[in-house]
Write a protein that binds this ligand. Structure first.
Ligand code: NAD
Length: 454
């Protein structure tokens, strides 16, 4: 469903249905935001012309989603695999020029911005070249493949005075905006513990993607794909399932942790690297020659809270972030947010005084009541106070995130997820892998811009 096609009546009906499903006492279906601030069509002078570099699974998803963002026009696509030129043209519903060589895109004067949805080990080079060519960049997550790549990308953006949005789209989600509002309101009290997971239980979830029948050294520029990675003969498994291999990806940390870390950073207003990380995990099931574990759990230290993050490819658990505060709990589970307060009104001690003689117990209770003259406890029912929020069916946070970027390109106002935010989140992924592979506590050395062992 197109989000603009959701009427107010639809919201009311959805709200009634969610309440009937018994999610929480109060269920609110959140209203999507307008993707373009002004009513009416976008004048041609305000159009942003963009091209997409990397039109694999994600590149095509972004192109499709871009169709609902007003004021932008795709004018070219680029990929190392020829069939993806056609896939991209189908996604954007236009016969835009297609090339294997992204420099041809960067040389074009009619391209204002580029979407970079190439494999992680290409992010740095493509973003550096795009910034040097004067293009603004929407760079897919995780921003960096290595610690050094992240800082090189930041330098390129700053040196060339470009705008860069990193592609963890949860940061633009209306559900996360509501979560941030609740967090910032203080309703959760002091949040010391945050827990997150993203678990999947399918071959696709474990990146065992099918190899297209036309994949060959003729249809794929294999040497360009390898770039600085170790030379190898053509290997379609490595090309299509690159997330499994450390030369090109970062396993579960780079693929999924980054979304959870970005969400936690956004909601808590944290824009720093975790100070320490400690990982455990293993490769238990998907023993297909991959470099990465299929289960990884990492404990992160931040100054004001601790975070535990897990990804497990051996159970269908979905996506979850829980914030545990002294006044309440907030849970994001897939597309639902639930806030549940705790009863924190003062109560007389009711446990340890049962080790006292009756006389002292009664004396204590009498005194407590004198000091707390409220005759009856105020009515407070946690279930009645709990609230749930859901996104409407068909809601697309990717279009929101793209709209945020393209509006920033047009207005030069800041994006929601810039290169500093993206680098901090990606460094959390690198800390996780460093700890797992080196069997050590990983410590972030901010001065040296390096990860070291504790
Ligand atoms: N935000 C999200 O939810 C999300 C979801 C999926 C993927 N991603 C990210 O998107 C990126 C792409 O992932 P994918 O699943 O689409 O992978 P994919 O393998 O399907 O596509 C990547 C494409 O990049 C192309 N490519 C690599 N280097 C290139 C270069 N120098 N020039 C032109 N093309 C080049 C390859 O030919 C390949 O077709 C990754 O960084 C991934 O982490 C983000």
């Amino acid at each position: 469903m197109n989000k603009s096609s959701l009427s107010r009546r639809d919201f009311m009906l959805l709200g009634a249905g969610a309440a009937a499903a018994g999610l929480a006492a109060k269920v609110t279906i959140l209203e999507p935001r307008a993707l373009w601030a002004s009513p009416g069509p976008v004048p041609p002078s305000d159009m942003v012309r963009f091209a997409s570099i990397g039109t694999g699974v994600r590149g095509c998803e972004l192109l499709q989603s871009s169709l609902s963002v007003p004021g932008i026009e795709c004018v070219g696509v680029c990929d190392l695999y020829d069939s993806r030129h056609q896939a991209a043209q189908e996604a954007v519903q236009k016969q835009v020029p297609a090339t294997r060589d992204y420099r041809q895109i960067l040389d074009r004067k009619d391209v204002d911005a580029v979407i970079v949805a190439v494999t992680d080990h290409h992010h740095r080079k493509v973003v550096e070249d795009a910034c040097a060519a004067g293009k603004d960049v929407y760079c897919e997550k995780p921003m960096s493949h290595t610690v050094e790549d992240g800082f090189a990308i930041m330098d390129a953006v700053h040196k060339n005075k470009r705008m860069l949005q990193v592609g963890s789209q949860r940061v633009s989600s209306i559900l996360y905006a509501k979560a941030k509002e609740i967090y910032d309101s203080g309703k959760l009290g002091q949040v010391c513990a945050i827990e997150a997971y993203w678990d999947r239980n399918t071959a696709s979830g474990a990146w065992v993607y099918p190899i297209p029948p036309d994949a060959s050294p003729q249809t794929i520029d294999w040497n360009a794909f390898l770039q600085d990675a170790p030379k190898r003969p053509f290997d379609p498994v490595r090309f299509f399932r690159w997330r499994c291999f450390e030369d090109y990806g970062e396993g579960l940390a780079g693929d999924l942790f980054v979304h959870l870390i970005s969400g936690i950073h956004f909601i808590t207003g944290t824009n720093m690297v975790a100070q320490r990380a400690q990982s455990a995990g293993g490769l238990f099931r998907w023993k297909d020659g991959r470099d990465f574990p299929d289960l990884i759990e990492t404990y992160y230290d931040y100054p004001n809270f601790r975070t535990a993050i897990r990804c497990n490819l051996n159970n269908e658990g979905g996506e979850f972030i829980g914030f545990y505060g002294t006044k309440g709990t907030m849970i994001i589970k897939d597309s639902t947010l639930t806030y549940r307060p705790q009863d924190t009104r003062p109560q007389p001690e009711s446990y340890s005084i049962y080790g006292w003689p009756k006389r002292l117990r009664e004396q204590y209770l009498k005194q407590w009541q004198q000091e707390h003259p409220q005759p009856e406890p105020l009515h407070f029912n946690v279930d009645e106070e709990a609230e749930s929020f859901k996104v409407p069916p068909g809601y697309d946070d990717v279009a929101d995130h793209q709209a945020n970027f393209f509006n920033a390109v047009r207005t030069r106002k800041p994006v929601v997820e810039n290169e500093i935010f993206g680098n901090n989140a990606a460094l959390g992924c690198h800390l996780s892998n460093y700890s797992y592979f080196n069997k050590t506590v990983a410590v972030w050395d901010a001065a040296a811009k390096k990860i070291k062992s504790a």
